[in-house]
Structures are given as structure tokens and as C-alpha cells.
Design a protein around this ligand. Structure first.
Ligand code: SF4
Ligand code: SF4
Length: 285
């Protein structure tokens, strides 16, 4: 087996921060000559962290372990989970984007829609950049959501699911816990997007400053808040969690046609009203 070297986490963090700051692709586009994302946060976790097995157990056998997706791409140089690390970054929405979406009651603001479309296209560029930057330093890696083996499916236990969840990977990295609305509440709030890569490298154990999956959410912590329930225009968030199918139906059926008709933005799967105008919008409440 190819040896895994120690990951220089600080150097990777600096590289991601600089790339987000200077890349001309980190833009909202259209009439908005401004960045899609604020300064990112990075977290890492060893590939053999037991949480990855627990995620698969909870979701579906089709959910990848880190070594499964990695070895599909490096069949001649396979690695065990212990020889891998999962790196995750958070891309926080800008104040202007959050402000705009906070004012909305039914449909997302143009900035938010653009952050999903142009911003997520930039996130793909960043995923490739991280993998390429590491490869130049002799570290093999793959961004699971860009893999041709990545897929979405309907899971009997979990409903709509995918073979790699960047939110769960970020949870494993110590970057946040889940709220009632399913979003990840992070030190920079819930209004973030996430990226990840699985790399052949060694890192120390993840520092997770929480002990359960819902710790940062006020509703799960002490039965209060529920602000995201009131913010949701489709009635998808209830006290027993989010109805993913209803949320998806609303976005495909109402938001996407609106984004196309009003702003000329095609195939924009976004809403995010539950991510702003709530106590967990920009920090841990
Ligand atoms: S708005 Fe309140 S209930 Fe909803 S996820 Fe945030 S803290 Fe939890
Ligand atoms: S994304 Fe929109 S529709 Fe879906 S749960 Fe959040 S507020 Fe509701």
C-alpha cells in the first residue's frame, strides 16, 4: 500500500482561504459585482473515524465510506480508512446575501439564487483546486461529489439520500451540528455551503466540540426557538424534523420557475429561507 504522509492542515487552510479571496470565479455575477462567499473555515477528520460507519448504517449501504470512494479512483494504489483524511470547508454566505434573503417571506432573493448557482459552480472549481493542489504535493485525493460514482437515491430509512453527504462529513470534522431544519449549524452559522475531499494523508483525531448531532440547535437543546418552522414557506419543517420531499417539491415546483422567469437563472435548486432570519443564521445560538 502507498504510504500516507502527514497533511499540512495549516498550509491547506491558507491555500483555500487565498483561493476564495482571489479567484475571479468566486462571484455572484449578473448585476452583482461581488464575491459569492466570505472567508472559509476548514476541518479535517481521519478516514477511519467510526462516524462514517454510523452514517452508512443510518442512511443506506450505498453511502460511501471514505476508503470506498477513494479506492474507486485509485484501484492500483488502494488505501485503508486509517491512511485517509476527509477535509471539509465551509463557504459562508455574505452579509448582503443573508440580508436580502432575510427580507423574503416566500421566495428566495436573487443574491441567494446566484450564490447557489454561481457560488456552487465556484465550489466545484474549489473542489478541483484542492484535489489538484494536493496532487502537486504528492497527495492523492478525490472530491466525492464530483466523482462519476457519486449518486442520489431513495433510501428506505432516510428518504432522499446520496452516496456522500458533505454536511455529515463536516459534522465529523467538528464543523457543526444539525438543526431542526436539517441544515448544519456552524461557528459561522447555518447560511453556508460545504465542500469536501477524501485524501491520502494522516491527520490527528477530529476535535468535535459537541457530543450529539443536534447540540447547537435551541429546539433540541431546550425545546425553544422553532424560528425555522415559521420561516419555511412550504410547511416542510415540523417539530419532528424536515419533510425533504415537500421541500424538494416546493423548490422544483415554485422556486425554479420563478428563478427562470424573473432572473433568467435556469435549474436553480435553492430556497434557504430557513437559513436566515433565525437565531442560528450567522453563529451558534
Ligand atoms: S432556527 Fe432555531 S429551531 Fe431552527 S435550526 Fe436554528 S436554532 Fe434550531
Ligand atoms: S429550503 Fe425553503 S422550503 Fe425547504 S425547508 Fe428550508 S425554508 Fe422550507
Amino acid at each position: 500500500m502507498t504510504k500516507a504522509m502527514a497533511l499540512d492542515v495549516d498550509a491547506l487552510r491558507r491555500e483555500i482561504e487565498i483561493f476564495v479571496e482571489v479567484s475571479p470565479k468566486n462571484r455572484l455575477g449578473g448585476d452583482f459585482d461581488e464575491p459569492a462567499w466570505n472567508r472559509p473555515l476548514l476541518g479535517v477528520v481521519p478516514g477511519d473515524d467510526p462516524l462514517f460507519g454510523e452514517f452508512r448504517e443510518a442512511v443506506d449501504p450505498r453511502h460511501f465510506l471514505p476508503e470506498e470512494v477513494f479506492n474507486l479512483h485509485f484501484p492500483d494504489k488502494p488505501a485503508s480508512g486509517a491512511q485517509l483524511a476527509v477535509v471539509c470547508w465551509l463557504l459562508p454566505q455574505t452579509e448582503k446575501t443573508r440580508e436580502d434573503n432575510r427580507r423574503q417571506k416566500r421566495l428566495p432573493a436573487e443574491r441567494w439564487l446566484r450564490a447557489k448557482q454561481m457560488g456552487e459552480a465556484f465550489n466545484d472549481v474549489l473542489r478541483k483546486h484542492v484535489v489538484g493542489w494536493l496532487a502537486e504535493r504528492g497527495v492523492d485525493g478525490v472530491a466525492p461529489v464530483l466523482s462519476p460514482y457519486y449518486g442520489r437515491f431513495s433510501s428506505a430509512r432516510f428518504g432522499l439520500a446520496s452516496s456522500w453527504s458533505e454536511r455529515h462529513a463536516a459534522y465529523a470534522c467538528g464543523l457543526g451540528t444539525f438543526g431542526l431544519s436539517d441544515g448544519l449549524i456552524t461557528p459561522v452559522g447555518k447560511a453556508v455551503r460545504i465542500g469536501s475531499a477524501v485524501v491520502r494523508a494522516k491527520v490527528g483525531p477530529a476535535v468535535r466540540p459537541y457530543s450529539n448531532i443536534h447540540e447547537y440547535c435551541l429546539f433540541y437543546r431546550n425545546g425553544t426557538c422553532g424560528a425555522c418552522v415559521k420561516r419555511c414557506p412550504s410547511g416542510s419543517i415540523r417539530k419532528d424534523g424536515r419533510d425533504k420531499a415537500l421541500c424538494q417539491e416546493y423548490i422544483h415546483g415554485i422556486v425554479e420557475p420563478h428563478a427562470l422567469e424573473k432572473y433568467g437563472l435556469g435549474a436553480t435548486y435553492a430556497c434557504g429561507l430557513c437559513q436566515v432570519g433565525v437565531p442560528c443564521e450567522k453563529g451558534i445560538p
